[in-house]
Design a protein around this ligand. Sequence first.
Ligand SMILES: NC(=O)c1ccc[n+]([C@@H]2O[C@H](COP(=O)([O-])OP(=O)(O)OC[C@H]3O[C@@H](n4cnc5c(N)ncnc54)[C@H](O)[C@@H]3O)[C@@H](O)[C@H]2O)c1
Length: 362
Amino acid sequence: VIRVPAEDLMRLGTALFTALGAAEDKARFIAETIVEANLTGHDSHGVIYYLTYAERVKEGYIDPRAEPMVERETPTTAVINGCWGFGQLTAMKAMEVAVEKAERSHIAAVTAYRCNHVGRVGYYTAWAARRGFIAMMFLNVGHPIVTVYGGRGRVLGTNPLSIAIPTGGDPFLLDYATSIVAHGKVKQALLEGERIPRGWIRDREGRETDDPAALEAGGWLLPFGGHKGYCLQLVNELLGAALTGSRSGLDPEEGPPSTNGVFAIAVKPEFFIHPKVFEERCRMILDGVRRCEAEAGMRIMIPGEPEWETRRRRLREGIPIPEALRRSLIALAEELGVDEGLMEALMGKPKRGLSVGMDEES
Ligand SMILES: NC(=O)c1ccc[n+]([C@@H]2O[C@H](COP(=O)([O-])OP(=O)(O)OC[C@H]3O[C@@H](n4cnc5c(N)ncnc54)[C@H](O)[C@@H]3O)[C@@H](O)[C@H]2O)c1
């Protein structure tokens, strides 16, 4: 494992996505959302996706030049057509439009379709919460890999949701898949040669296993939280696929891979309560929760806290990049002919002021 400064990974991503055909400002934004996933500890949605998205551009699933457009709108609603560009651009547009409208009308809801994979959903909701809005995103994934409560076989996608609330300082941030873990966490364990906890997936025969390879070999993920998680998994499918007009895990067609149907809501707290009073009440509640007595070996954290803590640490210490991923990124950079200085940074030979540490993650 080497450690690479976030800024270097962003410059690498900007160069890669530009080489793949995206405009430079768009390339930089896509890279930023991806590196933010690493910074906040979600390596499953980090620079490993430079490889996936490059494949999808080459296969023609992502149009690197397409820009999302508002197809229909009222003062409080909008429908966005992602035009099969990078999903990050579509998700950001959906959240931006929702926030602009909520700024004027207190609340707004936006759907997006023809949307490729948007990456870490919390990026967009946290962005809105940092601007003072309560933000929600419900998504389905058009790639069936998760079973339903009590079921066998692949039925729906990992259907994530995120809710961010401005509480003063770093926002409260709920952001997860409705499968026990994101699909990418199983792929990552496979890449790093690790076993996974039993109970994350079943193999193709429906048996419990700790072998991550069993998922790609016809196995499936389980929804989280028993019947309660399953209810949310279906909420995301109904809102993400049916309301937005995006592909459901149950539709027969398969491509493009990992499409996201997006339903976004932004709410301005001011109408309901003075923002300062709201923040104070939130603080009182969250601080009270934090002070409650913890079980042995446990620490009480607020949703979002693990992300913001990891972010501060990784900004200081760099982002750990496992050897296999490092080699794949170098191969992609070579293939696309990106600047040598960036590649050397990834190879552990700093050039032109780039610094690369070599220690293990603490
Ligand atoms: N675009 C897509 O199609 C897609 C699909 C699935 C997942 N994802 C993304 O994958 C990422 C990972 O998803 P996941 O399901 O593996 O997430 P996860 O299981 O790591 O859960 C993360 C959430 O749990 C909270 N959390 C973690 N530990 C906590 C604790 N001790 N106390 C309180 N809160 C705690 C975090 O703050 C965060 O809100 C997410 O960013 C998600 O948006 C994207």
